[in-house]
Design a protein around this ligand. Structure first.
Ligand code: ATP
Length: 307
């Protein structure tokens, strides 16, 4: 009994960590089904998409604890194949949007629809198959780097793994290692840097090739050359996909179809980069700070909201 209890308990801890960091370890979910807070509706149908879909957050309200609402009436649409970026101070609710889209939790008001279909009416397996996440901090398995990339699409051939690694600009690094693609990484193997881990996550996602993408930009600073390179790789990965970017740096969002500025669970400004600059509000203030070399990140934007 004890032996059974400890691993399940341990998996529960891991699951909570994963949910928080948006890691896409679908296989782990199968093991710990009992830990799920959401379940397939009776009669849930598979989500069938013929291309990148429209994703709509319709007057979404949500609190991890129903007593404490963290998203109030959040309403926006990501048109098919376009990118919407979310910026705002730490704790404003950005990552929660991504957790709800992946259906780690159910909304408490409103709905999230993919091509008009409420995500509570589709099977979780098909929903998660349609979404690729590049998380802030990628969890690597104690296994070979090839396995860690192929995890995006079990059964992928070595040639496919290498093609994804090339596109994510991590192939050259891998072949420079003495054991190449057979190098063991993870806690008990070679430790990868933050940028290298994000590239593994990009390669995984490229291999999975889902129609919907979520990028949760790393909060930890990468050096600026690495940051620019990762941004270029993310932009290339997002091309033609319906993409939600949780941005911690404004440089990432300039080309987004729409930028949402969140504060304390509400969208307080929205528009593209140029129109937000013209509005001269929170976004313009954050941008000016960043341009002047101030440590803008999002944390510095603690201006009161006018509601
Ligand atoms: P950051 O930029 O720091 O990642 P964020 O804007 O993504 O922040 P969220 O992670 O969405 O913020 O958090 C929104 C609010 O929900 C915060 O007040 C946070 O404390 C709370 N919160 C986040 N995760 C949980 C959780 N698992 N249980 C309870 N409250 C949570």
């Amino acid at each position: 009994m004890i032996q059974l209890y400890i691993p399940l308990n341990f998996l529960g801890v891991i699951y909570r960590e994963i949910k928080q960091s948006l890691t896409d370890l679908d296989r782990l979910f199968a093991l710990i089904d009992r830990e799920r807070e959401v379940a397939d509706a009776p009669g849930a149908v598979p989500l069938v998409l013929s291309g990148p879909p429209t994703v709509r957050f319709e007057h979404v309200r949500f609190g991890y604890d129903p007593e404490r609402v963290v998203l109030f009436d959040v309403d926006f649409e990501i048109p098919a194949g376009r990118t919407v970026a979310v910026v705002g101070p730490s704790g404003s609710g950005k990552s929660t949007l991504a957790r709800l889209l992946y259906r780690f939790y159910d909304v408490q008001g409103g709905a999230i629809r993919i091509d008009g279909c409420d995500i509570r009416q589709v099977t979780q397996a098909s929903l998660r198959q349609a979404i690729g996440i590049v998380p802030q901090d990628t969890v690597l398995f104690n296994d070979t780097i090839a396995y860690n990339i192929a995890y995006g699409r079990p059964g992928a051939s070595q040639a496919e793994v290498e093609a994804a690694a090339r596109a994510a600009h991590i192939h050259d690094f891998i072949v420079s290692l003495p054991r190449g693609y057979e190098t063991i990484v993870g806690e008990r193997g070679l430790k990868l840097s933050g940028g290298e881990k994000q590239r593994v996550a990009i390669a995984r996602t490229l291999l999975k090739n889902p129609p919907i993408l979520i990028f949760d930009e790393a909060t930890s600073a990468l050096d600026s050359a690495n940051e620019r390179a990762i941004q270029a790789e993310l932009a290339a990965t997002a091309r033609g996909k319906t993409t939600l970017v949780i941005a911690h740096r404004l440089s990432t969002v300039v080309d987004a179809h729409e930028i949402l500025v969140m504060q304390r669970g509400r969208i307080v400004e929205r528009g593209d980069h140029a129109s937000l600059l013209r509005q001269g509000g929170h976004y313009a203030h954050m941008w000016a700070l960043q341009q002047s070399g101030g440590a803008v990140k999002n944390e510095s934007n603690e201006a009161p909201i006018d509601t």
